[in-house]
Design a protein. Structure first.
Length: 139
């Protein structure tokens, strides 16, 4: 009987891990859908993006976006996002792409989530030109 349970567990793990695509997509139009499970809002233009998803059976991902347009109104409408100190911890799963927030961090308004456990999501809004950079990862 124990052997049957072990076999079922192994089969379930294999089937679960095969249920999603894994890989890295750079500047792919589907990256917004991958990251947020919705279409890109019509008032936002994605300039650059990178999305990574592991082949692991749990949800493991990392993304980076650069966008223009209505990012401020779309993302800051989330009442759990708060402005953080410019020295707020910036942790990345991977080295950030060259195009991601290339200026010193004090040249951005930095936002993050207030909810617990602490989120790794960061939104950086360029103080001069309004470009938005946002990133998150889950392991």
């Amino acid at each position: 009987m124990r052997r049957i349970y072990l076999m079922i567990s192994v089969i379930a793990a294999v089937l679960t891990s095969a249920c999603h695509r894994s890989g890295t997509w750079n500047d792919d139009p589907k990256n917004w859908q991958r990251a947020f499970d919705e279409r890109t809002p019509t008032n936002i233009t994605v300039v650059h993006s990178r999305y990574w998803r592991s082949a692991h059976w749990t949800m493991e991902y990392a993304y980076f976006f650069e966008a223009t347009g209505g990012v401020r109104s779309e993302l800051l409408s989330d009442t759990n996002l708060v402005r953080l100190d410019a020295n707020a911890q910036m942790r990345f799963f991977d080295p950030k792409p060259e195009w991601f927030a290339p200026k010193p961090v004090n040249e951005y308004e930095v936002y993050g989530y207030t909810n617990d456990p602490p989120s790794r999501f960061r939104l950086l809004l360029d103080k001069k030109d309004g470009r938005a950079f946002f990133t998150d990862f889950q392991l």
